[in-house]
Design a protein around this ligand. Structure first.
Ligand SMILES: [Fe+2]
Ligand SMILES: [Fe+2]
Length: 160
């Protein structure tokens, strides 16, 4: 059985994952508008992945006898200056999410809930990849410059 304190913290994270999903969907629409179909398609998949995190957290909590809740999701930005600015935001956002997941592990530890710590460590490890992927794309965009963006757009569109 999951504690009320951890249940509340995970419910906050569910909303945060939904916000991330909306942020990436908004970015995908912006990239599409700017004519970068590949970047837009990559970002749409990223948006779906974030919604998947919300489902997984909810499913885990329900298995442990907790109650999952959908709450109000704040508005997300709708405009960026460039493709590079979009991915710099992604990187910053993923770093913030990593800190949030770390805090969730702390709550699970305070509650002496070993199963939840184990479950949440999976997210801690996944965040390492999320940060590295975002940073890698920012670096590539910088190296490519404006002329290389279409080549990169094509590559990004190949994400499965
Ligand atoms: Fe996530
Ligand atoms: Fe993420």
């Amino acid at each position: 059985m999951i504690s009320k304190k951890l249940q509340d913290a995970i419910n906050c994270q569910i909303v945060a994952e939904m916000w991330s999903s909306n942020l990436y969907l908004s970015m995908s629409f912006y990239l599409q508008k700017e004519g970068f179909d590949g970047f837009a398609s990559w970002m749409l998949k990223q948006s779906q992945e974030e919604l998947g995190h919300a489902y997984d957290l909810a499913n885990y909590m329900m298995k442990r006898g907790g109650i999952a809740k959908v709450d109000k999701v704040d508005v997300v930005p709708q405009d960026w200056e460039s493709v590079q600015a979009v991915f710099e935001d992604v990187y910053e956002h993923e770093c913030r999410v990593s800190a949030m997941i770390d805090e969730l592990v702390n709550v699970a530890a305070e509650e002496k809930d070993k199963a939840s710590q184990d479950f949440l460590w999976g997210y801690v490890r996944e965040q390492v990849e999320e940060e590295a992927t975002a940073k890698g794309i920012v670096d590539k965009i910088r190296i490519c410059g404006k002329e290389g963006l279409l080549f990169l757009d094509d590559k990004m569109g190949q994400r499965q």
